[in-house]
Design a protein around this ligand. Structure first.
Ligand code: CA
Length: 521
């Protein structure tokens, strides 16, 4: 049997390391195409030194310094995480505010999808009854409610896809006026306005909590419901369990079921209609990354992100700790100095947030990232930002804020999958592109999540859990452009309800998790 040809991926001419592309790794003695002979076995997606690196030498991948050699590293060695010392992050104060270097992408007209158009101009990709809660105290009642709605009411409304109960741990026992409280509060307010709830979300509160349930009613509806009759005489979509009219659980449930029924009636009348691709608001995220992520899945998603932006749509990228070390590459892509300043402000805020918690950016990556060949957060960041494509960054929004502009937007969020997912939903995301190398069954009930696999091993092992196999790029079986177009077409199909994401097919949904930088009391 002939031995498999050694394959490595070197991204930039300057790189002095490359990653092993063979699915089973490479043995000691294997000869690479450039003549390098491996001095030891190297696992798949891990790095090999292409040159002799003296102690302290810069280790270069993506044409960027990912760290310094901890000791002399001879050519052909496995460059594992212990050999790469984490460099200082780019200082925010010293960065020149040199913006506007990414040219606008050429328009891509003529693409559309079938979505649910809302009165506020947003477009839904699912038709869901949203049940928001103002405090954890009501979670038990809301869980029973959701179960009863699903069993007793939903079968009568075939055009409604599902019920989403947005339970969380916020709402009381918190410093509601602390500066950090603005984040979870606006997140809940904006979740209530999510395009997939079609303006029909109902809000369940207790009555004595710090976060008053009325505050979750969108501002515009709050005015409409102040006794003007504009809401059809139903009153605001809020129900408090402590309402004195209720004699026990049966009364509460009857009122809640009535409220749900009225909303389901209206949601059931919604129909999909052709909408231009410019109505897409896609989020991109990664989770369980490996060293392949930055050369297969993330660039393919980045290419798809460019296509969505070119079609007039909106793409949000996030995960502050995973862009922080590549900020010097992102800043020139901001459209102007105001966007540049906003980007730096979000980075600085997160630096302080981590410092206040006694942590720094080395808290990322996770052990699994390291087993996947990522030495540190710098290498992870350089691969991560590939998801943002190549276009100009036209806006920056804070955690929990709603997206305002079309184009590529940086939505500042933690990198935690469920927290980032929740915040991107609050921003108005109607579909998410999620790349993974190590594998995660992650999914969101509120919007379709398409999972893009970075490695051949994962694509084979989890063929029913991932939606797109980008590992073909590493093997030469497909180009970044081809996989990017495949993702874009799948986005239009899934947004239209013609195809289903793996997570929706299997019913795999993570809990929504609020980001609360404020104190708990
Ligand atoms: Ca993540």
């Amino acid at each position: 049997m002939t031995q498999e040809r050694a394959r490595v991926i070197k991204i930039h001419d300057r790189d002095n390391v490359a990653i092993v592309a063979n699915a089973g790794g490479l043995p000691s003695g294997a000869r690479l195409p450039d003549g390098t002979v491996l001095l030891e076995a190297v696992p798949p997606s891990h790095k090999v030194a292409l040159a002799d690196l003296p102690a302290g030498a810069e280790v270069i991948r993506y044409g960027q310094v990912i760290g310094k050699a901890a000791r002399p590293i001879p050519r052909g060695s496995w460059v594992d995480e212990s050999l790469v010392l984490l460099p200082e992050p780019p200082a925010l104060d010293d960065l020149p505010l040199d913006t506007g270097h990414a040219p606008a992408l050429p328009p891509l007209p003529g693409y559309s999808f079938d979505g649910y158009r809302n009165a506020d101009g947003t477009v839904g990709t699912k038709n869901l009854l949203g049940i928001l809660t103002s405090v954890q105290c009501v979670a038990g009642v809301v869980n029973v409610l959701a179960r009863r709605i699903r069993e007793e009411l939903l079968p009568r409304y075939p055009n409604v896809d599902d019920i989403v109960a947005v339970n969380h741990s916020y709402g009381c026992g918190v410093a509601i006026n602390a500066p950090g409280a603005a984040v979870p509060i606006r997140t809940l307010q904006n979740l209530a306005r999510h395009p997939n709830f079609g303006g029909e979300a109902m809000i369940v509160g207790l009555g004595c909590e710090k976060l008053e349930a009325d505050r979750l009613v969108p501002q515009d509806e709050r005015h409409a419901c102040a006794g003007c009759g504009g809401c059809g005489g139903e009153g605001p979509p809020v129900l408090l369990l402590q309402d004195e009219a209720f004699r026990g659980f049966g009364d509460m449930m009857a009122a809640l079921m009535r409220m749900a029924g009225e909303r389901l009636e209206r949601l059931n009348r919604r129909r999909r209609e052709p909408c231009p691709a410019s109505d897409l608001v896609a989020g991109v995220q990664c989770g369980g990354s490996d060293a392949f992520s930055g050369v297969t899945a993330n660039p393919a998603v980045g290419y798809a992100a460019d296509l969505i932006v070119r079609a007039g749509g909106t793409v949000m990228f996030s995960e502050v700790t995973e862009v922080r070390d590549a900020i010097h590459l992102l800043l020139p892509r901001t459209a102007d100095i105001w966007v540049g300043r906003a980007l730096l402000k979000e980075m600085a805020w997160y630096d302080r947030y981590l410092a206040a918690g006694g942590a720094d950016r080395s808290a990322n990556p996770a052990p699994g990232n390291k087993r996947g060949g990522l030495a540190n957060v710098v290498e992870k960041a350089l691969g991560s930002i590939a998801k943002s494509g190549s276009g100009p960054i036209v806006d920056v929004i804070g955690p929990g804020e709603r997206v305002q502009k079309s184009g590529l937007v940086f939505a500042a969020t933690p990198a935690s999958d469920f927290v980032c997912g929740t915040l991107q939903l609050a921003a108005g995301m109607n579909l998410q592109l999620f790349t993974t190398g190590r594998g995660t069954p992650y999914g969101l009930q509120m919007a379709p999540v398409l999972k893009v696999s970075s490695s051949q091993a994962l694509s084979e092992r989890w063929s029913d859990l991932v939606d797109v196999d980008a590992s073909r790029i590493a093997g030469g079986g497909a180009t970044i452009e081809e996989v990017g177009w495949e993702i874009f077409r799948l986005v239009l199909d899934v947004a239209s309800g013609r195809k289903r994401a793996a997570a929706d097919r299997l019913g795999l949904y993570n809990d929504l998790v609020l980001f609360n930088p404020g104190p708990v009391t």
